[in-house]
Write a protein that binds this ligand. Structure first.
Ligand code: KIV
Ligand code: NA
Length: 263
């Protein structure tokens, strides 16, 4: 099996083929998603909520993400393994590097961190030291107490301009990928058009280079409040395999996200 790498994802964007990403937290689901052709498996800090029952991602530790990353890395063969850097683990470039090394040693191929231009120095520090980085803008759940809740971002002209400037700064600093969460579809498209690197949307419209969902949302097993951008792909399916394959097909053919999932 051919390994999916950063350059593979860049090539998919060039080819106009949508990129599929899902969150994944254990070896069995990693093997299944890998078989279904999911290109990126994200060990999201959402694990604090969907696996551990916390009400936010803030309590998650580097050790917890590393534990789940090792399991996903053992279970998958070709997917790119992307690990979230949890809250408080990248306050300085050196701290970010030390914690990223723990996640890379556990099996991550790339790490993800939340924030704008203030992180450019950190992204450069990591990428110069061979740690590939995925940035994350828009609704950044680790900032929930600053944002005042899980709200759509980038709705004003000023905040949209700021997001685009942040995206350019992170790309210039060496980011390989950019996750865009809960922003108007128009801003998802503008940001994607502005960048050369692939964007991965979750509630960011159909024009991003790819899409991501939390697996528990895709399978309809998360008991919490369902965000607008969530679609239960188990509807009409008789197996988890079929649901994951339906997600991959829907992202690839552009039928997901539909208007009802967008802002
Ligand atoms: O933690 C997570 O699951 C994420 C995705 C929603 C992008 O960061
Ligand atoms: Na996350």
């Amino acid at each position: 099996v051919k390994a999916i790498t950063g350059p593979t994802l860049a090539q998919l964007r060039v080819n106009g083929e949508k990129i599929t990403m899902l969150t994944c937290y254990d070896a069995s689901f990693a093997a299944l998603m890998d078989r279904c052709g999911v290109e990126v498996l994200l060990i999201g800090d959402s694990l604090g909520m969907v696996c551990n029952g916390h009400s936010s991602t803030l309590p998650v530790t580097v050790e917890e993400v590393a534990y789940h990353t090792a399991a996903v890395a053992r279970g998958s063969k070709s997917a790119l393994v992307l690990a979230d850097m949890p809250f408080g683990s990248y306050a300085t470039p050196q701290a970010a590097f030390d914690n990223a090394v723990k996640l890379m040693r556990a099996g991550a191929h790339m790490v993800k961190l939340e924030g704008g231009a203030w992180l450019a120095e950190t992204v450069r520090f990591l990428t110069e030291r061979s740690v590939p980085v995925c940035a994350h803008l828009g609704l950044t759940p680790q900032s929930v107490h600053q944002l005042g809740g899980y709200k759509v971002q980038g709705k004003t002209l000023e905040s949209a301009d700021l997001l685009k400037a942040d995206a350019l700064a992170l790309q210039a600093a060496g980011a390989t990928l950019l996750v865009l969460e809960a922003i108007p579809s128009a801003l998802g498209k503008e940001t994607t058009d502005l960048l050369a690197i692939p964007t991965i949307g979750i509630g960011a419209g159909p024009d991003c280079s790819g899409q991501v969902l939390v697996m528990h949302d895709l399978l309809g097993v998360f008991p919490g409040r369902k965000a607008r951008f969530v679609k239960n792909f188990m509807d009409g399916q008789t197996s988890i395999d079929a649901a994951i394959s339906a997600y991959v097909s829907a992202v690839k053919d552009g039928s997901f996200p539909a208007l009802e999932h967008c802002f």
